[in-house]
Design a protein around this ligand. Structure first.
Ligand SMILES: [Zn+2]
Ligand SMILES: [Zn+2]
Length: 157
């Protein structure tokens, strides 16, 4: 738990410092949107974020949320993740990381694999050009969905 709180505070701090450095105004709306994103571990869509920010800022429009996310993205504060459906999902974690993707519930979870960063790249990729980062996506069925499946099977029997 402690760990999680530290990461959120770290993210907010990085966000504020980044905005200062780039001359981007830290408004209440922007901070609130970023805060919601930093507190989400499921890579939410713009709609998900809008639903969460609306009770806090009732006057906010979906368009504002969407434009704010696009602004964050253009500044490299967050990353876009596109997977399984056409909806863009947002990632507040800018540390090098990889994704575990559930093909059932479309949940995207971060994981770290420092070995990947240090591994020698395959011969066939050499000469391709400049590799800037390494990203791995592991797809499968998450434990929650596996449990659900098991339960359903039991009730059927
Ligand atoms: Zn799942
Ligand atoms: Zn991620």
């Amino acid at each position: 738990m402690n760990d999680k709180y530290n990461t959120i505070n770290d993210k907010i701090k990085i966000f504020e410092e980044f905005c200062k450095a780039k001359g981007l105004k830290v408004t209440y709306q922007r901070l609130e949107i970023f805060n919601i994103l930093a507190n989400s571990y499921d890579h939410p869509s713009a709609e998900d974020i809008y639903k969460k920010v609306k009770p806090k800022i009732p006057t906010i429009s979906f368009d504002t949320v969407y434009r704010t996310l696009a602004l964050f993205d253009s500044y490299g504060l967050i990353a876009k993740v596109q997977y399984l459906d056409d909806k863009t999902r947002y990632d507040p974690n800018m540390k090098p990381h990889h994704h575990l993707v559930c093909i059932k519930c479309k949940k995207i979870q971060d994981f770290y694999w420092p070995d990947i960063e240090e591994m020698e790249i395959p011969e066939e990729t050499k000469g391709w050009g400049l590799i800037k980062n390494r990203y791995l996506e592991l797809r499968g069925i998450c434990q929650e969905c596996l449990d659900k499946e098991k339960k359903n099977q039991k009730t059927k029997l």
